[in-house]
Design a protein around this ligand. Sequence first.
Ligand code: FAD
Length: 391
Amino acid sequence: QDTNKYTGIVEGCCCDYETVDSVNGEVLHPLLQELVTIPFFRYFKVKLWCDCPFWPDDGMCRLRDCSVCECPENEFPESFKRPSRPGLSNDDLMCQEGKPEAAVDRTLDRKAFRGWIETDNPWTNDDETDNDEMTYVNLQLNPERYTGYSGPSARRIWDAVYTENCPKDASGEVCPEKKFLYKLISGLHSSISIHIAADYLLDETANLWGQNLQLMNDHVLTYPERVRNLYFTFLFVLRAVTKAGDYLDQADFDTGNNEEDLKAQSLMKQLLYNPKLQGACPLPFDEATLWRGQSGPELKQQIQKQFRNISALMDCVGCEKCRLWGKLQVLGLGTALKILFSVDGQNKSNQHLQLQRNEVIALLNLLNRLSESIKFVHEMGPSVEITFSGR
Ligand code: FAD
């Protein structure tokens, strides 16, 4: 049994595991936990309508019980009226979205979501323009947790996400840039699984929620690579936040609540200019190591396209709350990619960086989710029996 597996430098990054754990535990986690409760960061604008571009025949969005996608009965394709589609069982056809724990609470308090500029993100598929299809969601009322979403619909999304971003060449080799995208997604997947296990419906009748250690172990902890990818993704997003420091420091956190807005500003400064973080891990990830060489620009374009497809896949997630967090976190990753690799590619200063309000919200909420996951793994890892042989 490997008892000392997470030591040394996180692959592809510039900090070691122990430093990440201590900086996260002492500084980042407490700051982020507070930051995401502030009005500016707790409202997210999202189009929850699931117009999946890939599987128009997917029944998930057309079933009567779906809490978002309600269509008149005459619009149901004949095949969905009879739960007998090959490959999908009756359980799958019982709309996942009908489960109360999968539905999104749309209750908002009076703090309005105020838009910023509208600007494109070349890494994502979503059009963030305000329109009638957008819903404003209070993230604090909709924690990412177990929803019951599983089966072929969920599996199909993950399969497509991995096939999309990890095409192997004939020799089975994956170039570092492609591996980098795989690691980013795998790290996000680990984090989602950890949140499901950390807040699980243990007893449906008693509505008892708690930690499911077995699930955490089976989905993540027994696969050291998945844990490593989680650290990788965390450092990548952290680097994007610190790189956008000047921009975020000057950002307008106005929600009309002076006290809370000032708190947002102050917490953001504490996060960006934290002496412990700057001392221990000044460069969490070195983006300059990517897209080098002659084929660099072409590779970057290819990966950008793949990531946009992954972003589009989020419209196919057949559970409202999972779609909300899937979209938010993919937008957060897309924002990190934009900060590190767009803005005309070579621009090292943040002179031309322009972010939408929603991108900033997604970025910081994603960092908070990853930080929570790192903390779970760090605290629970040693207490869980882990066998690595044969994995
Ligand atoms: P899955 O987690 O579906 O994994 C599928 C396969 O992917 C595994 O068999 C394995 O081969 C591979 N894999 C798993 N983890 C990793 C990793 N870290 N790195 C690389 N490969 C991996 N369910 C909820 O209850 N709440 C949610 O909020 C939620 N959000 C979701 C968001 C999205 C975008 C998607 C696609 C699904 C979401 N789900 C959610 C469903 C959840 O992720 C699982 O699909 C579900 O719990 C069924 O798990 P599973 O055992 O089939 O394995």
